[in-house]
Design a protein around this ligand. Structure first.
Ligand SMILES: CC(=O)N[C@H]1[C@@H](OP(=O)(O)OP(=O)(O)OC[C@H]2O[C@@H](n3ccc(=O)[nH]c3=O)[C@H](O)[C@@H]2O)O[C@H](CO)[C@@H](O)[C@@H]1O
Ligand SMILES: C=C(OP(=O)(O)O)C(=O)O
Length: 428
């Protein structure tokens, strides 16, 4: 089992470029099944979840070829299977996104119950309801979903929540459906936008991209094409948090600052500031982190919500930053039920945090954090990255194990952090 060994308390310095967005790469790879033509995707991160998704495509019969360190060509004309490999599917949440394309292509599909982060119940009702609206018959078994539709037909859909993968599923099923589809209450995260732009590049007709109402005019087939996915905004915000807690100067290159207006508001409550320089974000050194109270000195809060709200994948990072800021703040993860339990580990390192209930913590800072040489388990991707930030700002040595979780979502994070001065080693 690999682990990270970290010597904390060192200043970092330099420039780092975010990888491509994991949550865009996965749906775009799934969407390659919608066409019989060659598709080339650029800026695909080299992460565990991408390896799993490529494995799934290959086992379904697609030809997948590497075209450079972060580019992949997919040619899915020979796909005739209709059941993704169950063992691989259980490794990632996004395996469920193969449902829409396979249904559109084959008329039936058996989708294994997917895996992904263990961060609370992860409902699929939004996906199944949308597919039903488009004409699919859905059978639910304890381990799989069996879907059938001789012909998908456009529909006026109202999603029961702004689910990210639920929206992606509905979009992929609708692009080849007969007639028009409206998806109301759609999610609009940058990765959802990337998927829609990519499909339009292949010949789909999707309007309203970036809004919560998508209008899709069904087409009879899609062609081939190339697409470059955007930077991972979770990674960009993680690097901003990293610079803040280690008091370091950091330039985040190609960060797409326009995607970080809400990050600026939320991290601003913790006293974190940065400037935009073209497409880069520049975080200055030695920031005095001070929690900004609401008017009348009320205790402020950071809470998660669908885009353009504060993304739930950044809550764990915000908690670590709050431990280094003077003052008191409520951090409220409204979406997932089990994402906050890792704060026990931060408390063990010296943080002053009250876990009020599974969704809310109160953080009182600043606290000197101390390394945890006996080992910190990484429970999920983002908590793993948050513990990495805590270990880099703590005094002394920490060991983080179960780092496969971090590798699922962050590309070669140890190597990349070493280039900006982090003392981090990967060991067996
Ligand atoms: C592969 C992928 O893209 N994964 C992301 C995707 O997961 P995923 O698509 O699984 O997440 P969903 O958007 O479906 O929902 C996440 C959770 O939030 C709840 N919920 C959702 C919408 C809403 O309006 N209200 C609400 O309470 C859901 O019930 C669920 O418990 O989006 C999540 C939310 O940004 C991210 O954490 C995941 O990294
Ligand atoms: C929850 C996450 O991923 P997934 O949906 O793939 O499990 C995440 O990226 O933080």
């Amino acid at each position: 089992m690999e682990r990270f060994i970290i010597e904390g308390g060192h200043r970092l310095n330099g420039a780092i470029r975010p990888s491509g967005n994991k949550n865009a790469a996965l749906p775009l790879l799934a969407a390659t099944l919608l066409t019989n033509h060659n598709v080339v995707l650029h800026n695909i991160p080299q992460i565990g979840d991408v390896v799993s998704m490529i494995g799934l495509l290959e086992r379904l019969g697609a030809r997948v070829e590497r075209r450079g360190s972060h580019s992949w060509a997919v040619y899915a004309n020979a796909v005739d299977a209709a059941e993704p490999d169950p063992a691989l599917a259980r490794k990632i949440r996004a395996s469920v996104l193969l449902a829409g394309p396979l249904l559109a292509r084959r008329g039936y599909v058996t989708i294994p119950r997917p895996g992904g982060d263990m961060i609370g119940r992860r409902r699929l009702d939004t996906h199944l309801n949308a597919l039903r609206d488009l004409g699919a018959a859905v059978e639910v078994t304890p381990t799989a979903y069996i879907l059938r539709a001789e012909r998908l037909r456009g529909a006026d859909i109202f999603l029961d929540e702004m689910s990210v993968t639920g929206t992606e599923q509905a979009v992929m099923a609708a692009v080849l459906a007969e007639g028009d589809t409206i998806i109301n209450n759609a999610a609009s995260e940058p990765h959802v936008q990337d998927l829609c732009h990519f499909l339009n590049r292949l010949g789909a007709r999707i309007d309203g991209i970036g809004t919560n109402r998508l209008h899709i005019r069904g087409v009879s087939s899609l062609g081939g094409g190339e697409y470059t996915i955007g930077p991972d905004f979770m990674e960009v915000a993680s690097f901003i948090g990293l610079a803040a807690v280690t008091r370091s100067a950091l330039r985040i290159v190609g960060a797409r600052p326009s995607e970080h207006r809400m990050t600026r508001i939320a991290f601003g409550r913790l006293g974190v500031a940065w400037r935009d320089e073209g497409d880069d974000i520049v975080v200055p050194a030695e920031q005095e982190l001070c929690i900004r109270d609401d008017v009348h000195n009320a205790i402020p809060k950071i809470d998660s919500s669908p885009w353009p709200g504060f993304n739930p994948d950044l809550i764990s990072i915000a908690i670590v930053v709050a431990t280094q800021a003077r003052g008191t703040i409520l951090i409220w993860e409204k979406m997932f039920e089990s994402r906050l339990f890792f704060v026990d580990r931060l408390i063990g390192m010296g943080a002053r945090i009250v876990l009020c209930d599974p969704h809310r913590v109160v953080v009182v800072g600043p606290s000197q954090l101390y390394g945890e040489p006996d080992g910190l388990p990484s429970p999920d991707i983002r908590a793993g990255m948050a513990l990495l930030l805590a270990a880099l700002c703590a005094q002394g040595r920490s060991v983080i194990y179960n780092i496969g979780q971090i590798d699922r979502g962050y590309e070669r994070i140890d190597e990349r952090l070493r280039t900006i001065g982090a003392h981090i080693e990967r060991a067996r």
